[in-house]
Design a protein around this ligand. Structure first.
Ligand code: NAD
Ligand code: ZN
Length: 257
């Protein structure tokens, strides 16, 4: 059993607004690796910048399209893990839950989380590279699809290196950071900005900041609690110790994929 500080359990029990802030590590136990690791194997001859940057897209839009279609398959084959499910269950136990994610794999949504704030976009959406056309329904295609409105190339709705985050999502998350009582930052290296600043802002604004990560990150230095464990082990355990059978009831109802 994980040893969890009683003060954290008390803080969660009386918490009115909880933020769950996630990075790639929350999906590690679903078998989705970091972008850098994913570039091994099939994509060995390319760099991350070739496939998820605006310059890469300008150089070779077909390659960028193919990589995203492939990553979408990886995400679809993966299943939500106990961490995604525990997060979905907690929405039933706190008055307000903000799930803010840097991930694009859709696993929070598939585990049953509602109104997930997507800071880096969604692999299940495509949009026009020129006009405002977007859709979440299309036939899988090896070749890049063209916009039915203007004929320009379509692209996946992902925030690439060198691009701005969606303004509404970022504004919501920054505001929530200043009002939420507790922020649990899970599986994030805390080096990808501007998303990384959200838990720091929460700390400055008086929130209790909890880190769940098997490794140290820049955020652990300012965290009130550091649970040094993987997300799939730590979260069900933390919530079970906090809310007992009430949590277990909702947890059992969440889809396991
Ligand atoms: P990151 O890859 O920089 O860091 C991952 C962190 O997760 C590390 O600190 C690592 O120690 C930790 N970790 C590894 N296994 C873990 C586990 N089982 N439980 C808990 N923590 C674990 O991730 P980042 O901070 O999200 O930044 C990378 C960027 O790449 C993000 O912007 C994200 O959009 C994108 N990305 C998304 C996905 C996805 O959608 N699943 C996958 C890869 C990358
Ligand atoms: Zn268009």
């Amino acid at each position: 059993m994980l040893e969890i500080n009683q003060a954290l359990i008390n803080a969660l029990k009386k918490c009115r607004r909880l933020m769950i802030f996630t990075g790639a590590g929350v999906s590690a136990e679903s078998g989705i690796r970091t972008f850098r690791d994913e570039m091994d194997g099939l994509w060995k001859e390319y760099s991350v910048e070739d496939v998820v940057s605006i310059e890469g897209y300008r150089r070779n839009p077909e390659l960028v399209w193919r990589w995203h279609e492939w990553f979408k398959e990886v995400a679809h084959k993966a299943k939500p893990n106990p961490a995604h499910r525990a997060i979905a269950a907690v929405s039933e136990l706190v008055p307000q839950l903000d799930v803010v994610t840097q991930n694009i794999d859709g696993l929070h949504q598939r585990a049953g989380s509602k109104n997930v704030i997507l800071l880096h976009g969604d692999i299940n959406r495509i949009k026009c590279s020129r006009c405002n056309y977007e859709t979440d329904e299309w036939e899988k295609s090896e070749k890049q699809l063209k916009c039915p409105k203007c004929g320009a190339g379509l692209r996946h709705d992902i925030v690439w290196f060198g691009e701005q985050l969606p303004e509404d999502a970022l504004t919501y998350a920054m505001h929530a950071a200043t009002t939420d009582d507790v922020v649990i930052a899970i599986g994030t290296s805390s080096v990808v900005y501007p998303a990384a600043q959200i838990p720091f802002l929460a700390k400055q604004s008086g929130a209790r900041v909890v880190v769940v990560n098997p490794d140290d990150t820049p955020l652990t230095q300012i965290a009130d609690d550091f649970i040094k464990a993987t997300a799939g082990v730590a979260l069900p355990e933390l919530f079970k110790q906090t809310w007992g059978t009430q949590f277990e009831k909702f947890y059992e109802q969440t889809p396991a994929g």
